[in-house]
Design a binder for this molecule. Structure first.
Ligand code: SAH
Length: 355
């Protein structure tokens, strides 16, 4: 283990840590539950461990959660959280109140390497992968801050490409889905990808497959190459082939996200091509009207274009929803998450949570 932070460790990692201390396996289960179910902030609070073990652990380990953040509440009830990380970088996550309950949109990387031309996060470039404690930490801090009780939903739709941080995404799932962890059903967790096919098929081997969302965003390869460079490596046909292989449970569907860019990919001809592409796939489509981001040369689609696109999908019998992103007034909407990059050597001071 390269860190002495117990927070972010999976149960099997804790097994190893406690076995090294000469402790039986059930101690790992106890520590795991203290960290994620009871949310203990101090090792001294793990009261069913012998005092001698607690003292020993305290000498070697800490519990370090994401405690430095700022909040930006939106008029629509959602809240953007900006977390300061240890190395001075920041990441963003969004708390949303939706019809199906509380939903948290979490980041998987600082910045993003995918270079999608319409997305603000892409402008940051790729900085680094988030560690499991930093991904899980977003969920832990927000649910603690908002006093969320009971199950909530997670969408991995914040900054970064989750499938390019697959080992840490898997560790995050190990904690979120564990009955002694956050105890979320896999149906409550959605992993969204720009379409990294090999890693998508790798994730498909995970025993509790979360929901999958694919950012399609175009109706043919030429268009998608322009908008999403990942398409040059993994073109639409290969991506959809992989989708057909996913072991999606019988009553579930893959979600396709389609950002409507005015005059670019929002024509009726585009909609008809999308229908053709998705033929035979158990899926639904989220149509996301483009959210304005500074310096990007795209326009919101016209209302008539949105409606016409929607109607083509309807007539083809494809379940689809027009998704007006939440939190647009505080830069918390799809494609708007980005933070300034700190200057080298910049010191980060703790920031008290503010309402
Ligand atoms: N990298 C992953 C996770 C990010 S999800 C992925 O691409 O799926 C973020 C979603 O917001 C993606 O579906 C993306 O297509 C969409 N998006 C990006 N920029 C946007 C913008 N300016 N307006 C609306 N949606 C946008």
């Amino acid at each position: 283990m390269t860190t002495n932070n117990l927070f972010g460790q999976t149960e099997s990692q804790l097994h190893k840590i406690l076995a090294d201390q000469g402790e039986p396996a059930y101690r790992a289960q106890q520590v795991f539950a203290w960290l994620y179910k009871h949310r203990t902030a101090h090792i001294s609070g793990m009261t069913n461990l012998p005092k001698t073990l607690r003292d020993r652990l305290q000498g070697q380990f800490t519990i370090q959660r994401l405690d430095r953040f700022q909040k930006f509440p939106s008029n629509d009830g959602s809240i953007k959280y900006v977390f300061q990380l240890e190395d001075g970088h920041s990441i963003e996550a969004v708390y949303m109140v939706m019809r199906k309950g509380i939903t948290l949109c979490l980041s998987s990387q600082v910045g993003c390497a995918q270079a999608c031309s319409f997305c603000q996060t892409a402008q940051m470039g790729f900085i680094r992968n988030l560690k499991p404690e930093e991904i899980i930490g977003q969920a832990e801090a927000i649910t603690r801050d908002q006093e969320v009780e009971g199950p909530f939903n997670v969408v991995m739709m914040g900054m970064g490409e989750p499938l390019l941080n697959l080992p840490n995404l898997i560790k995050t799932l190990d904690v979120l889905l564990h009955p002694d962890g956050f105890d979320l059903s896999p149906k409550r967790v959605t992993v969204s990808t720009s379409g990294h096919v090999r890693n998508l098929l790798e994730l498909a081997k995970y025993p509790k497959l979360p929901r999958i969302a694919i950012s399609l965003n175009a109706s043919n390869d030429d268009q998608r190459n322009e908008l999403m460079p990942v398409n040059e490596r993994w073109p639409i046909a290969e991506l959809l082939d992989a989708c057909r292989q996913l072991p999606i449970p019988p009553r579930d569907r893959i979600t396709f996200e389609y950002v409507l860019l005015g005059g670019i990919n929002d024509s009726v001809a585009d909609a008809k091509r999308v229908v053709k592409l998705l033929q035979g796939l158990r899926c639904k489509i989220n149509l996301i009207p483009f959210n304005q981001t500074p310096q990007l040369p795209y326009q919101q689609p016209l209302d008539q274009a949105i409606e016409a696109f929607h109607q083509v999908l309807e007539r083809a019998g494809i379940i689809n929803t027009i998704r007006w992103s939440k939190g647009r007034d505080v830069g918390a909407a799809c494609g708007q998450l980005a933070t300034p990059i700190p200057k080298p050597g910049a010191r980060i001071h703790p920031i008290a949570p503010q309402v």
